[in-house]
Write a protein that binds this ligand. Structure first.
Ligand SMILES: Cc1cc2nc3c(=O)[nH]c(=O)nc-3n(C[C@H](O)[C@H](O)[C@H](O)COP(=O)(O)OP(=O)(O)OC[C@H]3O[C@@H](n4cnc5c(N)ncnc54)[C@H](O)[C@@H]3O)c2cc1C
Ligand code: SF4
Ligand code: SF4
Length: 424
């Protein structure tokens, strides 16, 4: 573990508990707006386009959807998952052991290069000497893409590589990234002069800076220095795999929330695109049964991408179970308590974890549940900390998705769910 992480065990998250701040104390980020996910655009020579493209200045989801699909979302699962033509539970028949799940994302990036369909892939590797510190990589060979397998679960300025793309005269590009990066990329796409752009999205929520990731691991794991891989699983627990192969599981209900409050950047708490809806193809896991990758094909280019990978895939079934709407009133009620309130006693927590696993939402219903919860939590965050920004940063589908809970919302929070009349 780095010195920063050891210090942070004493002091809390790098930006301080309960501070609304940009990201961290990193010097490189001084002067950025308070809502910034460090997507990298402002590090590039196109930084002057920030005011017209940053999702935290103005969320352009609706305009970008119109451009990509000629329409906006239908009032069904598209509200939560984004517009898609098909969705699958799939996985590589020969999984890559270094990958986050089975390695579909990096296999696809490598395939695009192998077949000469692109000249480069923007992907995220690990900074030298670290496991998890994100470092954007402009990969020119299949091996370079494959070397970036696995999550670096912290903010990564991937769009900073736009300058290298332009300097190297790259005209056919694949981009792998999080939802905020994809929004900014779509907003500046026309400026890049590309002949072809493939956008492979990964779902993303509650990301953190690298120092805060180290802090998080120090609070959660019995051995933070040996964590080789970790993932927030669909069974309501975090799985941490250690160097010796052992898997440590921590139930969400057991997280020390009093110590974690303040860890998430304001930007990630003001983010409304968990499923990366503006990509061509999204590859995640949360809507699929354990062990499978949840894959959403969104555009014609997404279909092309999926067909490229199809020969390497095996398919499962997308299933669903439970009823997410039953948990929502309790979730809202919990949001009214100050963060970091005392944890319930051990036996109660054990029972809750058991019931979550046994009776909680599963499969696609789990994905709906978690997406709705994050939309609601983040709407309330914007309303409480950045109220003036609501009409610019909260897209329409948030209100439409949450509309079935409008009455409970009003009873719980004493205000209407819908945006103020002049913002409609
Ligand atoms: C911070 C974070 C949160 C996530 N949360 C969810 C979630 O809640 N639900 C869900 O279904 N999926 C989530 N994912 C995606 C999921 O964990 C897998 O990355 C995805 O399913 C691809 O798995 P794979 O085995 O195909 O990827 P691999 O083949 O192992 O490739 C991983 C790819 O992820 C990219 N990557 C790694 N770190 C970053 C980063 N910091 N920023 C941008 N790109 C990165 C790399 O470029 C690489 O191409 C999250 C990913 C990240 C980075
Ligand atoms: S999120 Fe990106 S575009 Fe927005 S301010 Fe930060 S670096 Fe700039
Ligand atoms: S949670 Fe949202 S804002 Fe934060 S890194 Fe992920 S996509 Fe970007």
């Amino acid at each position: 573990m780095s010195d920063a992480a050891i210090d942070s065990q004493e002091t809390g998250p790098s930006k301080g508990l309960d501070t609304i701040s940009l990201l961290s104390s990193d010097d490189r980020l001084k002067g950025r707006p308070r809502l910034c996910s460090d997507c990298g655009l402002c590090d590039s020579s196109l930084g002057s386009l920030m005011s017209t493209s940053c999702v935290f200045v103005r969320n352009q989801t609706q305009e970008i959807e119109q451009r990509l699909h000629g329409r906006n979302r239908r009032p069904d699962d598209e509200l939560r998952f984004g517009i898609h033509r098909a969705q699958y539970a799939a996985r590589l028949s020969r999984p890559n052991p270094k990958a986050q799940w089975t390695g579909m994302v990096t296999a696809l990036g490598a395939r695009l290069l192998e077949q000469g369909l692109v000249e480069a892939v923007i992907t995220t590797g690990a900074a030298p000497g670290t496991r998890f510190k994100a470092q954007p990589v402009l990969a020119r060979t299949p091996a370079e893409v494959l070397a970036t397998a696995g999550n670096k679960p912290c903010l990564s300025p991937n769009l900073s590589l736009i300058d290298a793309v332009r300097e190297q005269g790259i005209k056919r590009l694949a981009f792998i990234g999080t939802s905020c990066q994809v929004h900014m990329l779509r907003a500046i796409e026309a400026e890049l002069g590309l002949e072809k752009l493939y956008v492979i999205g990964i779902p993303c929520s509650d990301n953190v800076t690298y120092p805060d990731l180290e802090y998080f691991l120090s609070q959660i794991s019995r051995s933070p220095a040996t964590v080789a891989h970790h993932e927030f699983m669909q069974d309501f627990s975090l799985w941490l795999r250690h160097d010796d192969g052992q898997v440590e599981r921590v139930n969400y209900i057991d997280f020390p929330m009093d110590k974690l409050h303040g860890i998430f950047p304001s930007a990630c708490l003001s983010c409304f695109d968990y499923p990366n809806s503006l990509s061509d193809l999204t590859v995640g896991y949360m809507g699929a049964p354990l062990g499978w990758q949840w894959t959403l094909v969104r555009t014609e280019i997404g279909e092309e991408l999926f067909e490229l990978l199809r020969p390497d895939l095996e398919f499962g079934e997308l299933t669903e179970g439970g009823d997410r709407t039953r948990g929502m009133p309790r979730f809202m009620e919990r949001l009214t308590h100050p963060p970091g309130a005392k944890k319930p006693p051990f036996l109660v927590r054990k029972l809750v974890a058991y019931l979550q696993r046994k009776k909680g939402s599963k499969g696609l219903e789990f994905a709906r549940a978690i997406i709705e919860m994050k939309l609601l939590r983040n709407l309330n965050y914007v309303r409480s900390k950045f109220a003036r920004f609501e009409s610019r940063v909260v897209p329409r589908h948030v209100y439409e998705t949450l509309a079935p809970y409008a009455e409970t919302y009003e009873q719980t929070f004493g205000r209407a769910l819908a945006p103020p009349a002049d913002e409609k």
